[in-house]
Ligand binder design. Structure first.
Ligand code: KIV
Length: 317
């Protein structure tokens, strides 16, 4: 029997529906595109800025459609997505792979990409070249660099190449071995002085914003009042111009107790576990797939097939 004819007779609809289609992204014309200028305007208006991390297309779409102003492809993807112990081994290629996916999902928010450890510490030329890759290949609008005063010169060079830069000071995870662990910074008078110098140096270099991570709220408040650039805090108290949290933290996808500053807004771990367990139970009890979830032969083909099978059975007898 011609099985090809059965497949063809299956009908055009079944052919296209054999793959779950990903819904088309429609632009919301009423929402403006966020730029680095928007962030400054929000700071001046004391309108809090919201930033969240995203590392793949689906999450990027969801957070962008939820209305955040900034989406950060953080190098925290080393731990959240790739299971590394820290951010140090993450490569340019791994970062770029995720930035490209997020770019396809983000239409309104400002897209910030972390420069991974080793991509900007070697020399100015390779640092500017790597920053350009995030713009040209990844579609990022801003690149983020960890470090204060000592990065000011490099940041000027990257901005000279028409690439906006976000600073990141305080608890900078790429310095974990120098800091001796993930410790809150700026708790001593010397520490506060250094953080103030770092923030002012970044501001003078022309950064688009400064991420303030892991520092007492009093210090973050002083920095926020001192600099023109918007400050985006994480574990830095409520006086920052904006707040950033890690997608996996707010959704309980971190397999451990959260840091003090994390607020859990949902339990995706429970949702996923329940869904997968329900699927497995249905498969094992033959409740999935149902007849409605199955493709069927067209009536004529089914009748033809039954005739052929009846004839074969009769010949065997
Ligand atoms: O990589 C990251 O997620 C970050 C934020 C925590 C600011 O840098």
């Amino acid at each position: 029997m011609d099985t090809g004819s059965i497949r063809r007779a299956g009908g055009a609809l079944e052919d296209i529906m054999s793959l779950t289609p990903i819904g088309v992204r429609r632009l919301d014309e009423s929402r403006p595109k966020i730029t680095t200028a928007t962030l400054r305007e929000q700071k001046l208006r004391h309108e809090p800025i919201t930033c969240i991390t995203a590392y793949d297309y689906a999450a990027a779409r969801l957070v962008d459609e939820a209305g955040v102003e900034m989406v950060l492809v953080g190098d925290s993807l080393a731990q959240t997505m790739l299971g590394y112990e820290n951010t140090l081994s993450l490569t340019m290629d791994e970062m770029l792979h995720h930035v490209k996916a997020v770019r396809r999902g983000v239409k309104h928010a400002l897209l910030v990409a972390d420069m991974p450890y080793g991509s900007y510490q070697v020399d100015l030329e390779s640092a500017v070249g790597n920053a350009m890759r995030f713009v040209k290949e990844g579609g990022a609008e801003v690149v983020k660099i960890e470090g204060g005063e000592k990065r000011a010169d490099l940041i000027r060079h990257i901005i000279d190449a028409e690439i906006p830069v976000a600073g990141h000071i305080g608890l900078t995870p790429q310095s974990v071995n120098v800091m001796g662990g993930y410790k809150v910074q700026g708790k001593s008078l010397n520490g506060i002085e250094q953080l103030m110098r770092d923030a002012v140096a970044l501001d003078r270099a022309g950064v688009a914003c400064i991420y303030l991570e892991g520092m007492p709220r009093e210090v973050a408040a002083m920095i926020t009042a001192e600099v023109g650039a918007p400050t985006i805090g994480i574990g830095a108290g409520p006086e920052c111009d904006g707040q950033v949290l890690v997608f996996h933290d707010i959704l309980n996808l971190t397999f451990g107790p959260p840091a003090k500053f994390v607020r859990r807004y949902g339990d995706a771990a429970a949702l996923i576990t329940n869904a997968v367990q329900a699927f497995r139970a249905d498969v094992r009890s033959h409740r999935y797939p149902s007849d409605e979830e199955s493709y069927h032969l067209p009536k004529e083909t089914k009748e033809g097939l039954d005739t052929v099978l009846d004839r074969k059975r009769a010949m065997r007898r």
